[in-house]
Design a protein around this ligand. Structure first.
Ligand code: C5P
Length: 232
């Protein structure tokens, strides 16, 4: 059951039960869900099956980074389990990304394959310690270009980067943006935040939203206010 919604709800839970309890309060016609490393490591593919069974499209956020053949196999495994989107680390390089994209093509798998450029937790000093003297901003653009040249469909990026990525790499290159805070929500530990409508206005194609919805008393009410904000 496909949805046109740009909203992807992050199911950041440590158990299958907790994740499904939240999913059962959401409507798969009005959002997708994101499964990350902790939930997947604890629950395994069972969480994918359970969410698919409820009609959700899934972004499997495992950020693969390894030798090309290993990443291609992991991406194929994700796609064969029917996930809507999966991601890799762009710093794994061109050969890794091309191998992953080719594997999906060869098997006619239509799962969206996107890349993480620079983790937002990395600052200039952290990059320098790994041998990269570019600013984080310049490195993001370099890796986004490499991602596109390697045949991937988009990147995870902050809303602050979305406009530039859109102007350099086009509308169709997906820009999946976390760090979203509706006007009614607390910032939590996110530092550089943007509202859903501002993030869409500057070029995000999808918005990853966690706590503003998962910690709301009425998750679907929170989702409805975000939809209203986007429509307004
Ligand atoms: O609860 P919140 O809306 O902050 O959740 C955002 C989600 O997006 C989390 O799953 C978090 O891991 C993810 N994320 C992020 N910032 C990034 C990359 C991913 O917040 N730069």
């Amino acid at each position: 059951m496909a949805t046109d919604s740009p909203l992807i709800i992050a199911l950041d839970y440590s158990s299958l039960d907790a994740a499904l309890c939240m999913a059962d309060q959401l409507d798969p016609k009005r959002c997708r869900v994101k499964v990350g490393k902790e939930l997947f490591t604890r629950s395994g593919p069972a969480v994918l099956e359970a969410l698919h069974g409820r009609g959700f499209e899934i972004f499997l956020d495992l950020k693969f980074h390894d030798i090309p053949n290993t990443v291609a196999g992991a991406v194929q495994a994700a796609a064969e389990q029917g996930v809507w989107m999966v991601n890799v680390h762009a710093c794994g390089g061109r050969k890794m990304m091309e191998a992953a994209a080719k594997r999906l093509d060869d098997h006619r798998l239509s799962t969206h394959l996107i890349a993480v450029t620079v983790l937002t937790s990395m600052q200039a000093e952290d990059l320098r310690e790994t041998g990269i003297d570019d600013t984080p901003e310049a490195h993001v653009l370099r890796l986004a270009a490499l991602t596109q040249q390697s045949g991937l469909g988009g990147v995870v990026c902050s809303a602050q980067e979305a406009a530039q990525i859109k102007s350099l790499f086009g509308n169709d290159f997906l820009k999946v943006t976390p760090g979203i805070r509706p006007s009614f929500a607390a910032a939590n530990d996110q530092e550089r935040i943007m509202t859903p409508s501002d993030a869409m206005r500057v070029g995000s194609t999808h918005l990853v939203i966690g706590r503003p919805i998962t910690q709301a008393k009425e998750p679907m009410m929170a989702l409805a206010s975000i939809e209203a904000e986007l429509a307004g």
